[in-house]
Design a protein around this ligand. Structure first.
Ligand code: AP5
Ligand code: MG
Length: 191
């Protein structure tokens, strides 16, 4: 089984690259942001909680996020593997993912860290905000998201470094160029 953690700051291209990986390698793409936005659209209790937090650029509590992801994995019993997009975002989530997968006798194969400088991130997200309708694609929330990423999410890199699973990917250039770099790293762990 091939299980990929796609990691990076807001706007680094996690969603874009996950779709390409999904097609090429036949994996199930689990985006916690997309899952939460679907809850918001359905008006569920989780959605109501997530709505306020996402628009402020704040995280959903770890325990709840871990439960949600665990439930999602169970929905795909025949999956060839997963792409975890936007999870883990904190060290407790990284720990929980390891345990969740261990219980199923599987593990994270590779963590791809898409590296893009802050100016480019802001430019991409402001641009997407013109059409995305996302409540967090405005300048104030974008800065907040990047700050939360730097304080809560960056330590996750060391977590995967210690397991020798962290691979840095240069995230600038065309989407195709980034994807080519990603495939090289994935192919190196499956061959
Ligand atoms: P989430 O939906 O995961 O948002 P994010 O991490 O802020 O990242 P984005 O989805 O905005 O960017 P992306 O990296 O996917 O880039 P994309 O491919 O879209 O999370 C949203 C919120 O949900 C969080 O802030 C939090 O509140 C909550 N949440 C989610 N997961 C959670 C968790 N685990 N725990 C707690 N809370 C959680 O690309 C961005 C733009 O750039 C697009 O317009 C794209 O077309 C463009 N682009 C992509 N690649 C390139 C390229 N190579 N060159 C030029 N432009 C490009
Ligand atoms: Mg995304």
């Amino acid at each position: 089984m091939l299980n990929v953690v796609i990691f990076g700051a807001p706007g680094s291209g996690k969603g874009t690259q996950s779709e390409l990986i999904e097609k090429k390698y036949g994996l199930v793409h689990l985006s916690t942001g997309d899952i939460l936005r679907a809850e918001i659209a359905r008006g569920t209790d989780i959605g109501k909680l997530a709505d306020g937090l996402i628009s402020k650029g704040q995280f959903i509590p770890d325990d709840l996020m871990i439960d949600i992801l665990n439930g999602q994995i169970d929905q795909y019993p025949t999956a060839k593997g997963f792409i975890f997009d936007g999870f883990p975002r904190t060290v407790p989530q990284a720990d929980a993912l390891d345990s969740m997968l261990k219980r199923r006798n599987i593990r994270v194969s590779i963590m791809l860290n898409i590296d893009v400088d802050t100016n480019e991130l802001v430019k991409r997200l402001i641009n997407r905000g013109k059409t995305s309708g996302r409540s967090d694609d405005n300048l104030q929330t974008i800065h907040q998201r990047i700050q939360v990423y730097e304080t809560k999410t960056l330590p996750v890199i060391q977590f995967y470094d210690r397991q020798h699973k962290h691979h840095r990917i240069q995230g600038t250039g065309t989407m195709e160029e980034v994807f080519e770099r990603i495939c090289k790293e994935i192919d190196s762990v499956i061959s």
